[in-house]
Design a protein around this ligand. Structure first.
Ligand code: ZN
Length: 134
């Protein structure tokens, strides 16, 4: 598999509106808008930083994965996303190497990208997302 870059770093926040203060007002990153991915019960806000981005994640439902993360761990670093050349072949290669996958097949993420998560049990405790622009 070929990793092209760190696409983004996901940060779970209780509220994008309140959470953006540090990233936007203090650090001066630009926030171009938010996008809700209903399937994942999450609203995201991307802020470009050079070739990568910071992704703020706010839950839209107490049942969503971000709500559960916040409940257990509180606000903070949630996942790292690598852009790969070919997500399908990356997933089958990782599976072959015994890596536990959360998503066996890519699904639709924010920005119309194909995304898939690897299980933290196989990645030294880090939630890793693979993504590919389509
Ligand atoms: Zn992400």
């Amino acid at each position: 598999m070929k990793i092209l870059k760190i696409d983004h770093i996901g940060v779970a926040v209780n509220s994008i509106d309140a959470g953006k203060n540090f990233w936007k007002e203090i650090l001066g990153l630009s926030l171009e808008g938010t996008e809700t991915v209903e399937e994942q019960k999450v609203t995201t806000a991307f802020m470009p930083v050079g070739e990568s981005e910071i992704e703020l994640l706010e839950s839209t439902s107490p049942e969503g994965p971000i709500a559960k993360f916040l409940e257990k761990r509180g606000e903070g670093f949630q996942h790292i996303a690598f852009m790969v050349e070919d997500i399908e072949s990356a997933l089958s290669e990782l599976k072959e190497k015994g890596i536990k996958l959360i998503d066996e097949k890519p699904r639709k993420g924010a920005g119309g990208k194909k995304i898939a998560f690897l299980h933290p049990k196989s990645t030294n405790g880090v939630l890793v997302e693979l993504c590919q622009k389509i």
